[in-house]
Design a protein around this ligand. Structure first.
Ligand SMILES: Nc1nc2c(ncn2[C@@H]2O[C@H](COP(=O)(O)OP(=O)(O)OP(=O)(O)O)[C@@H](O)[C@H]2O)c(=O)[nH]1
Ligand SMILES: [Mg+2]
Length: 249
């Protein structure tokens, strides 16, 4: 639901001025290789980053600067900026793991919120538990989500309404319960594990809202302007430039 009208013009101006000086709101995506981190960014922010169905794909931390345009309310047409950081997937190769973990420790302090992504069909949780123990200093900023739920048995996805069948939904709930327990055994906080599909877009808005809610209190106001966005509202920088050139915004 859009609630951009709850921000006054003065508040919007204050946010924009601060954004010019301050680090933009920054969201990082982490997890083992192939869970769909890059696919999630592509679906949520309409980017075209390379993904692979067969081999480990993202090899470095990629920083994506997004410019978004408010399409409703008092701030209509005003730009809002956001940075998304895509991480290389852990567990790709034992020879790379320590290097990747070092990169995680180097880059993740720049993120306000970190999305830790799991894949629904993977029930072997020891690797994730092990990585989470090594990433303890970031737990408080983490949101946990489980992607690829469209692939859970009995794979009866209703594409028309973008929802699982009752049987598939029951399996999703069982998976959520099991993985939540296993995550909570290594992460010292209550976890609200969000099931979604970056392929179909299922539950992506709930995921986006959870990311905004998880930002640290002292940076919360920077995320305020993003609250009026639905994930389908995002306009990538290049498209925005084109629309401006055409005088359409
Ligand atoms: N069915 C289905 N496939 C998905 C989903 N999300 C990602 N995939 C597929 O999973 C594969 C891996 O996706 P990536 O986005 O490259 O995964 P990644 O986590 O970025 O992988 P690395 O860069 O190697 O760490 C691709 O073939 C995607 O199309 C989903 O929600 N459903
Ligand atoms: Mg990737």
């Amino acid at each position: 639901m859009n609630n951009s009208s709850s921000l006054s013009e003065k508040e919007i101006k204050a946010i924009q001025d601060a954004l010019k000086k301050d680090k933009k709101p920054t969201i990082g995506l982490v997890g083992v290789s192939g869970v769909g981190k890059t696919s999630t960014i592509n679906k949520m922010f309409k980017t075209h980053l390379p993904v692979s169905a067969t081999i480990a794909c993202t090899k470095n931390f990629e920083t994506i600067d997004l410019e978004l345009s408010m399409n409703q309310g008092i701030a209509k047409g005003q730009p809002i900026e956001l940075t998304v950081v895509d991480a290389p997937g852990l567990a790709e190769d034992i020879k790379l793991d320590s290097q990747y973990l070092e990169m995680y420790h180097q880059h993740l302090p720049n993120c306000d919120v970190i999305l830790y992504v799991l894949a629904a069909r993977n029930r072997a949780m020891a690797l994730d538990q092990m990585y989470l123990e090594k990433l303890k200093s970031f737990h408080q900023n983490m949101v946990f989500a489980i992607n690829q739920v469209d692939l859970l048995d009995p794979m009866e996805w209703n594409e028309k309404i973008n929802l699982p069948s009752d049987h598939q939904l029951a399996n999703i709930q069982e998976v959520i319960k099991d993985r939540t327990e296993k995550l909570e055994s290594v992460v010292e906080k209550e976890i609200n594990l969000i099931a979604y599909s970056s392929k179909t877009g299922y539950n992506l808005q709930e995921l986006f809202s959870s990311l905004l809610d998880a930002c640290p209190p002292e940076r919360k106001w920077l995320f305020q302007g993003l609250k009026s966005f639905h994930f389908t509202d995002f306009i990538p920088k290049e498209t925005l430039a084109h629309l401006r050139q055409q005088g359409l915004i």
